[in-house]
Write a protein that binds this ligand. Structure first.
Ligand SMILES: [Zn+2]
Ligand SMILES: [Zn+2]
Length: 133
């Protein structure tokens, strides 16, 4: 990816080829993959890649603010290269994870507050699954 070294530099992350490949995958796959999914996608091309490496890399990326860890009700955390404030909806039936635009969210109790960060995790049945359920 063009400028990845600059991006890592900006977030105080030491550049390695492995980190670039992992970030590149997450950046291009906006379906909020789990570490397992990333591992399965990348391991055929990367000798010596382990799931632990993926976890540790994601942990580092998240600590530095490059990515967001989404704690869903599922067993495994999902990862998001989109760090702008938005919510997530996980469908219990099909397992799809949807981004939710929360920019119009208004909470009367927080009138006058400045919110810097938040996580909104919703779950239930998506439109399709709710219809056929
Ligand atoms: Zn669904
Ligand atoms: Zn998202």
């Amino acid at each position: 990816m063009e400028g990845i070294r600059n991006l890592f530099n900006k977030y105080d992350i030491k550049y390695t080829t492995q980190r670039e490949v992992i970030f590149d995958y997450l950046y291009k796959n906006r379906n909020h993959p789990t570490a397992d999914k990333i591992y399965k996608a990348l391991s055929p091309e990367m000798a010596g890649l382990s799931k632990t490496t993926i976890y540790n890399t994601m942990k580092l990326f998240a600590e530095k603010g490059l990515i967001t860890v989404i704690n869903t009700n599922e067993q495994e955390a999902r990862f998001d290269a989109n760090t702008s404030n938005h919510g997530h909806f996980v469908c219990k039936r099909c397992g799809n994870l949807f981004d939710v635009n929360t920019s119009h969210l208004s909470i009367p109790e927080l009138e006058g507050f400045r919110i810097d960060n938040y996580q909104i995790n919703l779950n239930g049945y998506c439109r399709v699954c709710n219809f056929i359920h």
